[in-house]
Write a new protein. Structure first.
Length: 666
């Protein structure tokens, strides 16, 4: 264990070191954090004070106040909802980034009408769900802040996904059609141009609708009911969007921390006066949320009508932008002066600061309508499944002081039992499956707690590897979602080529020495994957042609289909063999993250050979037909036995080689 820096004498009125440790522990602050070399580093007294302040603990207050900690007693609650069908069969579906979709009609970004077309495709392929990136509300006044995992507000939707041409109040304009056509041709989503075009058209549609110049079948009472139900949070979000656009026009930033002081709280007199003079624009942003809600609700119904038994599977970001609508609207429930990140580790020796705001531990599950419930139900109302990004946040978060770095941060406990109870109640209310992204450094016992709560684990093929090789299909947990790759990874073909290693090196994320180690490790991983997938233990070389790597993708998905996990997600980018990754963590300034489009259009997807072949493999192993096939389980067991034999033979060969090398050296 690395000792703490010498403790500085406490200032008058502040607790001494022992008392500070007691207060920190009482409020769930771990006194140590991990280091890249596996040792534990003691937090400095300064870090403890900053973290206590961040979660709202005033060290100058009374001891009684300092002792107040959110209760997290172990409670007995029902587990989360799991569809009954998953007790007797396994299902599969398609995962994608909505914005990446190309089509002959969208406006340069995938939209809800494109999603309807994907539902039609998945229905014909006999899949059961479509997995999507977070659909949370972004900064409309600063569209280039486009990461779906750093949204402005998780309670509301992204209006850029509205299919403008499907609004009854929309009227085609030749100049808009020409701009939309040009935006469709770009290889990267031009968020600024898309936002300019769409918001202009939506504003015209809003004026036509509000003036009654449309025969829209939805009465105005629907909008009034939606606004009333959403209440103050929607009003403040619409007010924020209006203020944000005004501030950008005046030369300030889109985020509230860059605004003049008098506009930094929604209750100020300046904000009240602004709202009174901009009432129509606030109503416009409320209308945008209503339209997005209507279209996404219709999409869910379309999925149900077409036989997708899970339907939409939506991702939830772990936090929100520190200067967005959510933190401006509810400043009392968010962390003060600290952001969410991760501690130093071998892949990120300096640690990571994700620049995300999180709820205060004492506020997240508090009250009759706790913030955590509002957040998860905002997604569940449209979804048959949700995935909680960084599910370890149910127990703890690594917090980074705003005026420091990850080395100054530490873990802070959250009320796990209360959060699990909320998840269980909400999942049953909406009949929604819950998946937890349980990768990376996890607190001891968390996965067992998640399993007991019937929250599905998240298993990525490349992560299911150790010194013995890749985990066989039958060893995957049943209560899990299995997949080949995700938005933070290269496709399988890119992984096989080592494109991820090369990209990290090219962008200076890792050192040349570590790159060489990763390349050597990848050679072994390729060999182990060959032993897992191929009958003769051979697969194409890393420099193979695309066609040969297509066969690798088929074999990997055949393996995925046979895993014991009740849910399997097929990534669309794997089927279209995308060369440009969706997101490269650590390259915010040097790579166009969250912008690459698919290389093929929606209209071409059904004719792609990989789409048909992999869908057929999935149908053979999963779904109602496979559930009634008595030979399916036998085939999977035999495949696992063959893979294990190949792994054992490879290990024996390695041991023999090492033995001969040692003899030769002697």
């Amino acid at each position: 264990m690395i000792p703490s820096p010498a403790a500085s004498p406490a200032r008058p009125g502040l607790p001494h070191a022992d008392e500070l440790d007691r207060i920190a522990r009482r409020h769930g602050i771990a006194l140590h954090r991990p280091s890249p070399d596996g040792r534990e580093v003691a937090l400095s007294d300064q870090s403890k004070r900053k973290l206590l302040a961040a979660i709202g603990i005033d060290l100058d207050a009374t001891t009684a106040q300092n002792d107040a900690r959110p209760s997290d007693r172990t409670t007995t609650s029902e587990p989360c909802f799991v569809p009954e069908m998953l007790s007797r069969e396994r299902v599969w579906g398609l995962s994608l980034q909505l914005y990446e979709l190309r089509s002959g009609r969208n406006w340069g970004i995938g939209d809800f009408e494109d999603l309807r077309s994907v539902i039609d495709l998945v229905a014909t392929l006999k899949g059961d769900f479509i997995g999507l990136n977070p659909l949370h509300a972004p900064f409309l006044a600063d569209p280039d802040r486009c990461s779906p995992y750093q949204p402005s507000n998780r309670l509301f939707l992204n209006p850029l996904y509205i299919a403008v041409d499907r609004l009854e109040a929309f009227e085609t304009a030749p100049e808009e059609s020409a701009v939309a056509a040009s935006l469709r041709e770009t290889d990267l989503v031009d968020y600024r141009a898309v936002a300019t075009l769409k918001l202009k058209a939506l504003r015209k549609a809003w004026h036509r609708w509000s003036e009654g110049n449309t025969t829209d079948g939805r009465p105005r009472q629907d909008l009034a009911a939606f606004v009333a139900e959403a209440g103050i949070p929607l009003y403040r979000h619409a007010l924020f969007e209006t203020l944000s656009a005004d501030m950008v026009a005046r030369g300030f930033g889109a985020g509230w921390q860059d605004w003049p002081e008098e506009f930094r709280t929604p209750q100020s007199s300046s904000v009240t006066e602004f709202a009174q003079t901009h009432a129509s624009e606030i109503e416009f942003h409320q209308w945008l949320q209503w339209i997005a809600h209507r279209q996404l609700s219709d999409i869910r119904q379309h999925a149900d009508a077409n036989g997708l038994r899970i339907g939409l599977y939506l991702d939830l970001a772990v936090g929100e932008a520190i200067d967005g609508s959510a933190t401006w609207s509810g400043q009392d429930i968010y962390l003060d002066d600290a952001t969410i990140g991760s501690p130093p580790d071998p892949f990120a020796p300096d640690g990571q600061d994700w620049h995300l705001a999180g709820f205060k531990p004492r506020a997240i599950a508090a009250g009759d309508d706790p913030p955590f419930r509002r957040m998860v139900e905002a997604a569940m109302r449209y979804a048959g499944a949700i995935r909680i990004d960084h599910v370890a946040a149910l127990r703890r978060l690594f917090l980074v002081p705003l005026d420091g770095g990850p080395a100054d941060g530490g873990y802070v406990d959250y009320p796990q039992a209360a959060l699990l109870k909320i998840l269980a109640e909400s999942s049953h209310r909406y009949r929604c499956l819950v998946i937890g992204e349980d990768l990376g450094l996890l607190p001891e016992g968390l996965q067992a707690d998640l399993e007991a709560a019937r929250i599905l684990s998240y298993r990525i093929l490349s992560y299911e590897h150790d010194e013995a090789g890749f985990r066989p299909a039958g060893a995957y947990p049943a209560l899990a979602l299995a997949c080949i790759s995700t938005h933070d990874h290269q496709t399988l073909a890119g992984w096989w080529r080592g494109a991820d290693i090369a990209m990290r090196a090219d962008h200076g994320i890792v050192s040349p020495e570590l790159t060489k180690k990763h390349e050597a490790d990848r050679d072994l991983e390729r060999r182990d994957l060959a032993n897992l997938l191929s009958e003769d233990g051979t697969l194409p070389p890393a420099t193979a042609r695309d066609a040969d790597l297509g066969e690798l993708t088929v074999l990997a998905h055949q393996f995925l289909a046979r895993t014991a996990s009740m849910v399997a997600a097929v990534r669309l980018a794997d089927l279209t063999d995308e060369k440009r990754p969706t997101n490269v963590p650590g390259t915010q300034e040097t790579y166009p993250n969250w912008r690459p489009k698919l290389s093929v259009s929606l209209e071409e997807l059904a004719s792609l050979p990989l789409v048909g072949r992999i869908a057929e493999l999935m149908r053979e192993e999963r779904g109602p037909t496979a559930a009634g096939d008595p030979d399916r389980r036998d085939r999977a067991i035999l495949a696992d036995i063959a893979a294990l034999r190949r792994q054992v033979a490879s290990l024996i060969a390695d041991a023999t080689r090492v033995s001969w090398e040692q003899r030769a050296a002697a």
